[in-house]
Design a protein around this ligand. Structure first.
Ligand code: FAD
Length: 621
């Protein structure tokens, strides 16, 4: 049957990409349908119960700055919060939260169910409705035909999903969920490059069978951080500790014994796995000289005994898993509640996408999340948000939007995927961004919320909160610039107590904050007046202390911007450019860069080749 009426946007999949996509599209006013296998698994964390971390928290805060749900759900479901790299510079500081799976999922579902313009429907999407080279809707497993202008596919690890435990394997989307086979077959008929990747997860352990007294306790930070710019401490549930233990030589011996039944080492698994999240058998083979690896013992929630032993992801047979786990200190009596496993799944070459995440060959079809070759909830959520924005833009016949590399990690993520493609699951790191000092997690709102408001993503409450914060930062910065300290004064005496060399001339407080011995609080409180609240204080301190470096990066961005503003036509004939090497020509043809700047980021691209492109463009304009 044809479902009555028509949607602007249909999102297939209720994981991390799908939920952010559906919410973004609906927030922009598009009539949106979220079509997913199972309403109970909306926002489900397939693997580790944690959000954020290095590079990833930057994405979470950017999603938040654009009105998304991930950070708020983390504040509502987070049972341990830490700021990683807190002693390093602000560019690489990262908030990480352990999440209670049940609370996180419930928060996401609550946000989805209360979002105007959004409807949810539970059923498998098995086919796409096509008209020529445009998508027109989705057909479900029982033949219901939903019509829409844009369709976003966010099927995660479900397309052709195959779970491996030892040499046994079976079809599944993840443990306990059905795979998506009919849709995978249908997609393979389309002109899209498809390949296989794999990822894995550790066995889960019953906390009642674990001896924590021999492990190192790792409590959360005090004061407890929040994830969302709108977050409040009072939203957090009870906070708990994690623990650390280690594998040992005996563990490694047991694991080695199982390698002849490893799907990875016997060649049963063809897809590449995540380099930065390797299985424990991979670790002992790749780092053969290491006699021990850390295992972070993380609670799965407040209402369950299950633990997530982070660091021992494995697809070895169950008997080996059990023996290896029980060889680890504190796990001698461990009961495994769920075996570890690996999963292979279809992913699509992201070079077949535009920066809007619309496929180049099928109009109106957008891809987001794990199916684009990424790994991680945050990477998925960020892409979902962007696909949601552009699917709605398309339905409203508005121009597509994506942030540039100097505006957001979301921009870095999408540009990396589209320019370079990926042969292994891609995860975000701060080292992937060339303008790290500008793209900090603390200023994601200052970078993006205004744009989010313009796009229709940011509600009145967030907008009012943001405007008040932005104004308070400017007022406080001006106060520090206008407050002068005379040598020999009482204020100078307060500051001299912290300084290596006493003040010998007049300074304003904005200059003094740049001194390494002084922090915002020292300077701002020296006059005895009120100080700004922590979010404002953090910005004032960073903006003054790092002003020189920030200005230098802004100059670099301006230079790059000129190249970004030199577009390359989609139908550019690279074979007509003489002097280009065959290798670069074929890379340019494959990537079809949208601008000179994107072309310059292609691996192996040379300044000489860029000059050839510029000369050709000048001649043929
Ligand atoms: P998912 O979260 O997988 O969501 C996909 C959604 O689509 C599901 O709701 C599903 O029901 C729905 N769906 C699929 N097909 C259809 C259909 N045809 N019709 C309707 N609904 C459909 N990430 C890490 O960062 N580190 C790790 O170590 C790690 N290990 C992992 C191990 C395993 C075993 C798995 C399964 C995942 C692992 N991940 C890991 C990846 C992480 O879970 C994903 O990156 C993230 O969940 C991707 O989000 P997504 O929204 O793209 O897809």
């Amino acid at each position: 049957m044809d479902y009555p009426g028509r949607f602007d946007v249909i999102v297939i999949g209720g994981g991390h990409a799908g939920t952010e996509a559906a919410l973004a599209s609906a927030r922009m006013g598009a009539k949106t349908l979220l079509l997913t296998h199972n309403i109970e698994t909306l926002g489900q964390m397939s693997c580790n119960p944690a959000i954020g971390g290095i590079g990833k928290s930057h994405l979470v805060k950017e999603i938040d700055a654009l009105g998304g749900a991930m950070a708020t759900a983390t504040d509502l479901g987070g049972i341990q919060f830490r700021v990683l790299n807190s002693r390093k510079g602000p560019a690489v500081r990262a908030t990480r939260a352990q999440a209670d799976r049940v609370l996180y999922k419930a928060a996401i579902r609550d946000i989805l169910e209360n979002q105007p313009n959004l409807q949810i429907f539970q059923q498998s999407a098995d086919d796409l409705i096509m008209q020529g080279d445009s998508v027109r809707g989705v057909v479900t497993q029982t033949g219901i035909r939903f019509h829409a202008t844009s369709v976003i596919l966010t099927a995660g690890t479900f397309l052709g999903g195959l779970i491996h435990i030892g040499l046994q394997n079976h079809s599944a989307g993840r443990a306990g969920d059905p795979p998506s086979i009919a849709l995978a077959d249908r997609l393979r008929e389309l002109p899209l490059r498809v390949d296989r990747l794999k990822t894995g997860t550790p066995p889960r352990i019953d906390a009642r069978s674990v001896d924590f007294s021999v492990m190192q306790e790792q409590p959360g930070d005090t004061p407890v951080p929040v994830m969302s710019f709108m977050g409040k401490l009072s939203q957090h549930p009870r906070q708990v500790s994690c623990y650390i233990t280690h594998t040992n030589e005996r563990t490694h011996e047991i694991l080695r014994k199982g390698l002849d039944r490893s799907p990875l080492y016997t060649g049963v698994i063809a897809g590449a796995g995540p380099r930065y999240c390797p299985s424990v058998e991979d670790k002992i083979m790749r780092f053969a000289d290491k006699t021990s690896h850390q295992v972070f013992v993380e609670p799965e929630g407040l209402t369950t005994h299950e633990l997530y032993p982070n660091g021992i992801s494995t697809s070895l047979p169950f008997d080996i898993q059990l023996e290896a786990v029980r060889s680890i200190r504190g796990f001698e009596q461990a009961h495994i509640t769920r075996p570890g496993y690996a999963i292979e799944y279809d992913f699509f070459n992201p070079q077949d996408l535009k920066h809007s995440l619309e496929t180049k060959h099928i109009q109106g079809l957008f891809f987001a999340g794990q199916i684009n070759g990424t790994t991680g909830y945050e990477e998925a959520g960020a892409q979902g948000l962007l696909a949601g924005i552009n699917a709605a833009n398309r339905a409203f016949e508005r121009d597509a939007w994506h942030p540039r590399r100097d505006e957001a990690y979301i921009g870095v993520l999408v540009d990396d995927l589209i320019t370079h493609g990926t042969a292994e699951p891609y995860r975000m790191f701060t080292s992937r961004a060339e303008y790290r000092l500008i793209l900090r997690e603390d200023n994601a709102d200052l970078r993006l919320t205004e744009k989010g408001r313009e796009l229709g993503l940011v509600d009145d409450a967030r907008w009012a909160h943001f405007c008040a914060k932005r104004e308070a930062i400017e007022v406080e910065k001006q106060r520090l610039r206008d407050t002068w300290v005379q040598p020999g004064s009482d204020v100078a005496a307060v500051l001299n107590a912290k300084l290596k060399t006493p003040l010998t001339r007049e300074y304003n407080l904005a200059d003094l904050i740049k001194r390494p011995e002084l922090e915002y609080l020292d300077v701002a409180s020296s006059t005895g007046g009120p100080v700004a609240d922590p979010q404002v204080a953090e910005q004032v301190e960073i903006q003054f202390k790092y002003a020189g470096y920030i200005d230098r990066q802004r100059d670099e961005i301006e230079q790059m911007q000129r190249q970004e503003n030199t577009p390359l036509p989609a139908d550019m004939d690279y074979s007509a450019i003489s002097g280009l090497s065959n290798e670069l020509r074929s890379k340019l043809e494959s990537v079809q860069p949208a601008s000179i700047a994107q072309a310059s980021r292609i691996q192996g691209m040379t300044p000489a080749a860029i000059s050839l492109l510029l000369v050709y463009l000048k001649k043929h304009r």
